[in-house]
Design a protein around this ligand. Structure first.
Ligand SMILES: Cc1cc2nc3c(=O)[nH]c(=O)nc-3n(C[C@H](O)[C@H](O)[C@H](O)COP(=O)(O)OP(=O)(O)OC[C@H]3O[C@@H](n4cnc5c(N)ncnc54)[C@H](O)[C@@H]3O)c2cc1C
Length: 329
């Protein structure tokens, strides 16, 4: 086993999840501590063309597992593909984004490789041969520090935006190695008959640098339009509290919190959200939090960087207008 750090590049239909590039930057820092190098693994169909973009983000070597079977994510073929890449790379550390795909895949790969595993971490560093991983626990009330011993492969999933991506180095080239995959019929037990796109095409909350979220106080799905307008002006995504999703104002795919998605954007704007502990669990790691609420005792103000005691129906459209003006200049 070399001490190289391998990053799983999550891609869907050729679009790389931004967290993958953040992990390449982390991998470069971790590898530098031992004179090792950051490497990447891309799994999918027709994905070799992504190698240059991945090299520009710091990967010195790129392993490609390319097969029509891997066109869409399925746990068993993807696990085999990543294990094959790991065997080829003989890396000591595997970093995977904490996404639905990443969580599923990392735990399967760790089980196959008898590896040490830490899920949903926000800090990763080396301590001799060991790896130290820090993760928020109990809805963010505590943080746990884990030691992954260096006598085996160390697998860590890392939250989006816990680290930033490096500026791309134009012209950077990586050594590209294609990895063979042998699958049996048993590996393809799950057949995909048809995939229909149902998404609105609007950014997902886990991918955006800015998230504008709304609560029950929006009162209807139609009223969420003012949040979509603000998000559009900021090139952000729209999120929602569970109360808003349960009321049918937004789909549960947009729910932020303990039973929704965990987001760590650069800016989180909570509009008419009370700040229940279960909601905070999904967004308190955001870099800057702006809370808009009519009730000055609302718990959201305890975690907010900036608090506005205001009616969201008045303030949000004003903010949208101001941001639009700023963009025009
Ligand atoms: C096991 C479990 C899991 C849960 N998981 C989640 C989760 O993942 N995510 C989540 O969000 N919740 C979750 N919840 C629910 C959570 O406890 C809260 O009930 C929920 O977050 C409340 O949503 P809210 O803040 O939108 O609504 P409310 O609690 O109704 O708060 C509305 C807020 O809007 C303010 N307001 C009203 N009108 C205006 C206005 N015009 N302008 C500005 N402010 C206004 C009010 O002052 C209030 O603070 C979970 C609960 C349980 C038990």
């Amino acid at each position: 086993m070399t001490s190289n750090v391998l990053v799983f590049i999550e891609q869907r239909r050729g679009k790389v999840h931004p967290a993958s590039y953040q992990l390449l930057n982390l991998a470069t820092q971790v590898a530098a501590q031992t004179g090792a190098q950051a490497e990447a693994c891309i799994v999918g169909e027709g994905v070799a063309s992504l190698a240059d973009a991945v090299a520009a983000q710091g990967a010195k070597k790129v392993y490609i597992v390319d097969d029509p079977v891997l066109a869409l994510y399925r746990a068993i073929p993807y696990t085999k593909a990543l294990v094959a890449a790991l065997d080829a790379a003989a890396a000591k550390i595997l970093l995977v984004p904490t996404t639905f795909m990443g969580r599923d895949l990392a735990s399967r790969v760790a089980a196959r490789k008898r590896a040490a595993l830490a899920i949903d971490c926000t800090e990763v560093r080396q301590d001799g041969a060991d790896l130290i991983a820090v993760k928020p626990m109990y809805a963010g009330k505590f943080s746990g520090t884990f030691r992954l011993t260096g006598d085996r492969l160390q697998v860590v999933t890392v939250r989006s935006n816990a680290y930033s991506a490096a500026a791309p180095q134009t012209g950077a080239r990586a050594d590209v190695q294609s990895v063979a995959l042998s699958l049996t019929d048993r590996d393809q037990r799950l057949k995909i008959n048809e995939v229909t796109a149902t998404g609105s095409g609007v950014k997902d909350v886990t991918e955006a640098d800015i998230v504008v979220s709304g609560g029950r106080s929006l009162k209807s799905a139609e009223n969420f339009k003012i949040l979509y307008d603000l998000a559009a002006a900021l090139d952000g995504a729209v999120g929602a509290s569970r109360a808003a999703c349960d009321a049918g104002y937004q789909p549960h795919t947009r729910q932020v919190g303990l039973t929704g998605k965990v987001v760590t954007p650069k800016l989180y704007i909570a509009c008419g959200i009370d700040g229940a502990i279960q909601h905070l669990a999904g967004m308190r790691g955001s870099k800057v939090i702006v809370a808009i609420n009519t009730k000055k005792e609302a718990p959201i103000f305890k975690v907010a960087t900036y608090g506005c005691i205001a009616d969201l129906f008045t303030l949000v459209p004003l903010l949208t207008e101001e941001f639009k003006k700023l963009k025009e200049h």
